[in-house]
Design a protein around this ligand. Structure first.
Ligand code: FAD
Ligand code: FES
Length: 290
């Protein structure tokens, strides 16, 4: 499978000609997903160029007076008048974003990065494999596939969370599960006796997916250890590395290839990724930032 798929149509920058200049966006809605994760809907302040993005791309969100963090779009793709992000309150910036209320204004630069190669997946079986908040960047890909269902073979979502209370998009997962044209498998690492679902790590879901290994495209997003063991399980089932795509996370500053902060061996996560074909980053997985 060609690697060029990830370099699909570049999205238009909402920030105009200067990608370092955040544009003001207003909080329209904030909705809790779990105890530490929330989904935030933003609309631009004033008129501007249309915001167009593809699944897997990210924005730099600027919490005034605190700093910026890279956050993927988690809403459906295309040209949109509102942008949706799902955020885990992990540190200073994301905790500040969590505290914003409807009507508050933040800064946004983007969209940046290479998307999932959704067009290359057309005509193939698809496995979307997510760990925790890794479901956020995969949700637009699933949304696109469900909206264009006839273009894809069997579609599988394999999702793992640390515990039942860490399951993001819980209601939507129920809705997807109710459809006949997508296979949804969920597991948790650990649970109390009131959990009636599966317990185990995400790679244990691979044998439950419905796919032809020779005709399958896999998108994986989650902690690197989870991506590593998922790929190993896929290999056991005959899926070649050229069919596996992963989304990498590293600390970002500029988001556009200027500062070198996200350098990952010879690659810049912000502009060469965050989505990479597995064989391109295999030797670098697990290496800490330089
Ligand atoms: C391309 C890309 C896409 C991303 N998409 C998303 C997304 O959609 N949603 C999302 O939630 N995140 C996403 N991230 C991750 C997000 O950018 C980082 O988590 C970012 O560092 C958060 O910034 P922060 O200032 O809030 O946290 P930071 O201060 O940078 O903290 C990040 C890490 O440090 C730990 N930490 C922070 N403070 C402390 C402390 N006092 N003690 C111990 N540990 C601490 C946190 O647990 C966390 O693991 C993405 C990253 C990339 C590169
Ligand atoms: S974040 Fe600056 S080069 Fe990638």
């Amino acid at each position: 499978m060609s690697e060029r798929g990830a370099a699909a149509t570049p999205a238009r920058a909402v920030t105009g000609t200067d990608p370092m200049q955040p544009a003001p966006w207003r909080v329209v809605r904030t909705q809790p997903e779990t105890h530490d994760t929330f989904t935030m809907t933003l609309a631009p302040v004033g008129a501007g160029p249309p915001f167009t993005f593809e699944a897997g791309q990210f924005n730099m969100l600027f919490a005034p007076g605190v700093g910026e963090a890279a956050i993927s779009m988690s809403g459906c793709t295309g040209t949109v008048d509102k942008v949706v992000h799902t955020i885990r309150a992990a540190g200073r910036v994301t905790k500040t974003l969590q505290g914003l209320k409807r009507g508050d204004v933040l800064g946004l630069r983007g969209p940046f990065g290479k998307p999932w190669p959704a067009r290359q997946a057309e005509g193939h079986d698809v496995l979307l494999v997510a760990g925790g908040i890794g479901l956020a960047p995969l949700r637009p890909a699933l949304c696109h596939m469900l909206e264009n269902r006839e273009r894809f073979g069997r579609v599988n979502l394999l999702f793992g969370a640390r515990s039942p209370r860490d399951i993001v998009f819980a209601k939507e997962i129920e809705t997807w599960r109710g459809r006949f044209d997508v296979n949804v498998e969920v597991t948790v690492d650990r649970a109390e006796s009131d959990w009636h679902g599966r317990v185990g790590v995400v790679p244990t879901l691979v044998p439950r997916a419905q796919f032809d290994p020779a005709n399958t495209v896999v998108f994986v997003c989650g902690p690197e250890i989870m991506m590593h063991f998922t790929r190993r399980e896929l290999e056991r089932h005959g899926v070649p590395d050229e069919s596996i795509w992963v989304s990498m996370e590293r600390n970002m500053k500029c988001g556009v290839g200027f500062c070198g902060h996200c350098q990952f061996g010879p690659l810049f996560i912000c502009k060469d990724g965050p989505v990479f074909r597995y064989d391109r980053v295999a030797s670098l997985l697990g290496i800490r930032e330089v």
